[in-house]
Design a protein around this ligand. Structure first.
Ligand code: RB5
Length: 154
């Protein structure tokens, strides 16, 4: 599985830890889209956009985006058509984000979650797949609503 990862300056340390963790997992290829230093103050929406585009284009199956809270990254990534990004700081939400919402992107906040729990949450999200069934028409409805507002003339 090819996964894009990115962070802002608030989550550089967490990204390093999660990259090391991902390197121990089977069949995972990481595309790291920065930032790589706490001194790099690139605005978080730029990073979120890069990761979201990798996923929306099909170049990567999944994305991981980290910031202080995970919130700004999810808000931004969800602006990119085709992307479903969910902020998850617990295992149950991470599983449901895949099984119910088919979220291809997980966001987490380095100021919210510690590294060990972040690894556990990430593992649950990586190992969960979309369940389809009763969730399928709901996710399809998200896609339709997105299409509806994309076609509104500016
Ligand atoms: C810092 O820029 C902080 O706003 C950011 O890391 C993130 O928490 C945004 O949602």
């Amino acid at each position: 599985m090819k996964i894009a990862i990115g962070c802002d300056n608030a989550a550089v340390s967490l990204k390093r830890i999660l990259n090391d963790f991902l390197a121990t997992q089977k069949d995972i290829q990481i595309v790291d889209l920065g930032v790589d230093s706490e001194d790099d103050l690139e605005l978080y929406p730029n990073v979120a956009e890069r990761v979201a585009l990798e996923v929306a284009s099909g170049n990567c199956e999944r994305g991981i985006i980290l910031c202080g809270t995970g919130l700004g990254m999810a808000i931004t990534a969800n602006k990119v058509p085709g992307v479903r990004a969910a902020t998850c700081h617990d295992v149950y939400s991470a599983e449901r984000a895949r099984k119910s919402n088919n979220a291809q992107i997980i966001t987490m906040g380095a100021r919210v979650i510690g590294p060990e729990k972040a690894k556990t949450v990430l593992k649950a999200w990586l190992e969960s797949e979309f369940a389809g069934g009763r969730s399928a028409p709901k996710v399809q409805r998200i896609v339709e609503i997105e299409q509806k507002y994309l076609s509104i003339e500016k």
